[in-house]
Design a protein around this ligand. Structure first.
Ligand SMILES: C[S@@+](CC[C@H](N)C(=O)[O-])C[C@H]1O[C@@H](n2cnc3c(N)ncnc32)[C@H](O)[C@@H]1O
Length: 369
């Protein structure tokens, strides 16, 4: 039987060091960074043996401009930006989650222990700015670190054991059969058509004993009692009302669904991994975050949560802007997007409405037999 452990109050011991980590600097793109091609014929074999050159024309072809932001040019599903502004948001977000959730899932160090039998390989599926996989490459120098995304990683100083590959995960991971010791994915559900299918693909891409590590958000906002806020449908001719962040998220959910992304993946991660026969030692960790520093208590824990929430609020404020191409591209009228965005921004800045965000993390190991 698969043992699913639910850690109700999952929280790392690491004290919160908001945004002080400047180890990941951002640089303008270089013209010769490594990447494989998006095209199926040119997709890397398992595991990719060589580094492919990304020419500046290929790099240019990777992006398109929409609604004032730079988006990936390959996927019709993923419609959040891939520009400098978004990459910076992702770097900051990564530091916040790392401080709260811990640097890596607990079994990772053991799974990646150096041994004589094989070279350990880690993949970050939908790496974004690459913060996580760069941490891995620097912390585990004996491992190979592979970053996959719809656009090439922009970092200039890729460590020698780190490679950036351009690929659409929706095309499958068949070319990575048994290639990885760790497969990590965080916040990619907006670009994934069939997430349960992805879990299955990962089960084949992992080696025995390998670690799957998934983190997702379902674009739902909870009230001060951690109850889901249901936002009524907007009816023709009726005034649109708040609470506004939940309202904005409901528009985002609709837009993601319209594009074909699996917006509710976070709700099902634990079941998909537990029910999949390939995995054991399944651990489910829900993490609650205040959306803004609304806690009026003065005890140390309330103060700590407010500190984290200040960072979360900045992330959310940026995310409201990042979401414009997603919402507008899905046909949501601009005046509605503007109104909801402006009110949600005000709601977050005022920090009077008690709102929670739930982030779901699931990790497990591929069975030995
Ligand atoms: C919200 S960002 C998260 C980035 C990173 N995982 C993090 O946690 O900071 C989602 C990333 O997933 C990538 N992505 C989404 N769908 C993808 C797909 N089908 N194939 C490859 N990458 C995808 C996007 O291009 C984007 O960089």
């Amino acid at each position: 039987m698969i043992n699913t452990h639910v850690d109700d109050d999952a929280r790392s011991d690491s004290s919160y060091t908001a945004m002080s980590d400047s180890s990941i600097d951002r640089f303008p793109p270089r013209s010769d960074s490594s990447a494989t091609s998006h095209d199926w014929e040119m997709r890397s074999v398992s595991p990719a043996p060589s580094v492919y050159s990304m020419t500046s024309s290929l790099r240019q072809a990777a992006y398109r401009q929409e609604y004032g932001r730079g988006l990936n040019n390959y996927s019709d599903v993923y419609s959040l930006p891939a520009d400098e502004e978004e990459l910076q948001r992702l770097d900051h977000q990564h530091r916040m989650f790392k401080a709260v959730m811990g640097r890596y899932p607990p079994p990772m160090t053991e799974v990646l222990q150096q041994d004589q039998t094989e070279e350990k390989v880690v993949v970050d599926l939908g790496c974004g700015s690459g913060s996580w996989i760069l941490d891995v490459a620097r912390d585990f120098t004996h491992c190979n670190a592979i970053a996959i995304d719809l656009v090439p990683m922009q970092t200039l100083d890729l460590p020698p054991n780190c490679r950036s590959e351009v690929d659409d995960i929706n095309l499958g991971l068949q070319h990575y059969l048994g290639a990885f010791n760790v497969a990590h994915a965080s916040f990619i559900c907006t670009g994934i058509r069939d997430y349960a299918g992805l879990v299955d693909q990962i089960s084949n891409a992992l080696r025995r004993g390998g670690l799957i590590d998934l983190t997702e958000y379902n674009f739902v906002i909870h009230d001060g009692n951690k109850q889901k806020i249901d936002v009524p449908e907007i009816k023709e001719g009726e005034e649109v009302t708040g609470p506004w962040l939940p309202r904005w998220m409901s528009l985002a959910q609709k837009a993601i669904r319209t594009r074909g992304g699996e917006v509710e993946a976070a709700d099902h991660l634990a079941r998909w991994v537990s029910d999949h026969g390939a995995f054991e030692n399944v651990v489910h960790r829900p993490f609650w975050f205040q959306a803004s520093p609304w806690n009026t208590n003065t005890d140390p824990e309330a103060i700590r949560q407010n500190e984290i929430a200040k960072v979360m609020r900045e992330d959310m404020l940026q995310f409201l802007k990042s979401g414009r191409p997603l919402l507008l591209g899905a046909g949501i009228p601009e005046d509605l997007v503007n109104k909801v965005e402006a009110n949600a921004t005000q709601e977050l800045r005022e920090a009077r409405t008690k709102l929670f965000i739930l982030i779901e993390n699931v990790y497990a190991q591929k069975r030995q037999l």
